[in-house]
Write a protein that binds this ligand. Structure first.
Ligand code: GLC
Length: 580
């Protein structure tokens, strides 16, 4: 019996270790389906458009695509308001198109990661409609509350409390069918689900299983730190007001007017995330694939780290928004090192780091840092240990497009009601369609007009031009993606050095394998870089990837104590001999 038990344990360990954790050093490419490729000429990107481009993505070397939501939705928040988690939005295609996409991706060896939006549904979801009607199954699926009587107007009930939506104004909307207010932390069309209801938690696990059964390789989880609100049982059944922040210049309609102690980062959230991890793990053996789970939480670092899991339960890979948000065009080598060290220091031992250079909610990399830093920032995200997350177009150095007030679609901008300053809140500029080539609509669509206007620099900044050029952001990106496959970059130690104010060097070292080192010159002028203080690097190095501003060509041999780097040059070097 004892032998049998030991055999069983050994078999379990063996099967667990046999499944390669492919995402430990993966390049995950974010596709915003609406803006990637329009296959049917309606001005809106679609699933067949994505399928057409998968071979190209394979050639670039990416491991997985993460698709922003393509589920049935009235599109008040462009797919982040889901009416049915198990259907495809007709403007993006059909379930058959999705299955085709999966088939092509599988054939090419590209993994497909979906966006899971658990905090809210659309108000057009059947669950919500039935909840408003107090259908016994769905009555408590959402956060409902009675209004407060308005002393000045007995016919009117005010919202239950002062909570504000992230997209401005009250987070409560009255529903006449139910005769109560419901909570929406985002737009009115995005009612918050009630995670204190076990039926909701189970229902949402089944949504994961539905797509896992279709063979997806994991999920990006949306707005996860908004899942729970404070337990009203602790406040006599009421939802308490949130305290005022005192932030300067904020009005009672602005989200930052309050401190969100009752609507974000509630302690109950983490176990739910670990439960989802367990659902994904049900499929590890079945699919012989470890599933990826990445969570989106813009919050304090200490809380972000909790998503990684605890000593007994594994969790997710929380997006590294410190990397995205703490650095700017005014950051130089020391700040960059500090930001890298911060994540590597706080990340629990044995977990997987990640480097987010952009997404559909943030101004583009080239606009935030300036075009001159595109190569440096792409290189850094690829050379550092862990997962690289690239938002579509960042590999080309696409910039934010101009979107007039008239053309503005983003609810976050529309809700400002401000035709002058709307652009400060708008996410449309980062969502303008992808630049494939210099033809009409950048080759994105044959339509007379596209859902958002094209950025006006597409004639010069586009994939076809960058493929044809002898040097380009795209070519450099692709070369560094190839370097990410080398053993030292996959799993070697990390040595980050701010060699001077302007020069950052990142070495990856694995005994028995060539060393890889990424070096960037953040100055405008040329610098003769000396890597001698990096003692484990051999004297002779070879250029593996050379950014658009560098003069040294790929394959050139250099001496580590004297590397000529023009202003803004980003280089990847490797040792010819094995390390250490
Ligand atoms: C996330 C998404 C964003 C969306 C919001 C509400 O932050 O990235 O685009 O508006 O959640 O779902």
């Amino acid at each position: 019996m004892r032998e049998f038990k030991l055999f069983l344990i050994a078999a379990m360990v063996a099967s667990a270790s046999c499944t390669d954790v492919w995402w430990k050093s993966a390049v995950v490419y974010q596709i915003y389906p609406r803006s990637f490729m329009d296959s049917n000429g309606d001005g809106i990107g679609d699933l067949n458009g994505i399928t057409q481009k998968l071979a190209y993505l394979k050639d670039t070397g990416i491991d997985a695509i993460w698709m922003s939501p393509m589920f049935l939705s009235p599109m008040y928040d462009f797919g982040y308001d889901i009416a049915d988690y198990r259907q495809i939005a007709p403007e993006y295609g059909t379930m058959k198109d999705f299955d085709e996409l999966m088939k092509t991706a599988k054939k090419l060896g590209i993994r497909v990661v979906l966006d899971y939006v658990p905090n809210h549904t659309s108000n057009e979801s059947e669950w919500f409609v039935k909840s408003a009607q107090r259908d016994p199954k769905y009555a408590d699926y959402y956060i409902w509350a009675h209004g407060k009587p308005d002393p000045k107007n007995p016919d009117y009930m005010e919202p239950p409390n002062n909570w504000i939506s992230i997209f401005r104004k009250s987070a409560w909307e009255y529903n006449a069918v139910r005769g109560q207010y419901y909570l929406h932390q985002f737009v009115i069309g995005q009612p918050d689900l009630n995670y204190r209801n076990e039926k909701v938690r189970e229902e949402m696990k089944d949504v994961l299983r539905f797509w896992l059964e279709k063979g997806v390789s994991g999920f990006r989880i949306d707005a996860v730190n908004m899942l729970f609100e404070v337990d009203p049982a602790k406040f006599d059944g009421r939802y308490p007001d949130e305290p005022l922040s005192g932030a300067r210049g904020k009005t009672p309609d602005d989200y930052d007017y309050l401190i969100h102690k009752y609507t974000r980062d509630q302690e109950e959230t983490y176990e739910v995330v670990y439960d989802w991890r367990a659902v994904l793990d049900e499929y590890t053996e079945k699919h012989n694939e470890s599933k990826i789970m990445m969570t989106e939480a813009y919050t304090e670092l200490a809380l972000v780290m909790k998503y990684y899991g605890n000593s007994t339960r594994p969790g997710s890979v929380p997006f590294n928004f410190n990397y995205l948000g703490d650095l700017s065009n005014k950051s130089y080598a020391r700040e960059m090192k500090k930001t890298i060290d911060l994540w590597m220091t706080y990340m629990p031992t044995g977990r997987v780091a990640n480097w987010v250079n952009g997404n559909h909610d943030q101004s583009r990399l080239a606009s935030r840092y300036g075009v001159k830093r595109v190569d440096a920032m792409n290189m850094l995200a690829l050379i550092l240990p862990g997962i690289t997350i690239t938002y579509q177009g960042e590999e080309l150095g696409m910039t934010d497009g101009f979107v007039s007030w008239k053309d503005t679609k983003d609810p976050q901008a529309c809700n400002t009601d401000d035709p002058v300053n709307y652009y400060k809140s708008s996410r449309d500029p980062t969502r303008t369609p992808y630049h494939w080539d210099a033809t009409k609509n950048a080759g994105f669509s044959s339509a007379a007009s596209t859902w958002l206007p094209m950025a006006d620099n597409y004639a010069t900044v586009n994939l076809a031009a960058q493929m044809a050029a002898s040097k380009s952001h795209y070519k450099f990106y692709k070369d560094v993606v190839a370097v990410k496959r080398l053993p030292a970059v996959r799993s070697g130690d990390l040595d980050v050095r701010a060699l001077c104010h302007y020069v950052l060097a990142v070495a990856r070292l694995l005994p028995g394998h060539p060393v890889v080192v990424g070096v960037m010159n953040l100055a405008d002028q040329q610098i003769a870089v000396d890597l001698s203080s990096m003692l484990l690097l051999p004297l002779q190095l070879q250029v593996e990837a050379s950014g658009v501003d560098c003069s040294l060509e790929k394959g050139t041999k250099v001496q580590k104590n004297n590397i000529t780097m023009p202003g803004h040059c980003a280089l990847v070097l490797s040792s010819v001999d094995n390390c250490c």
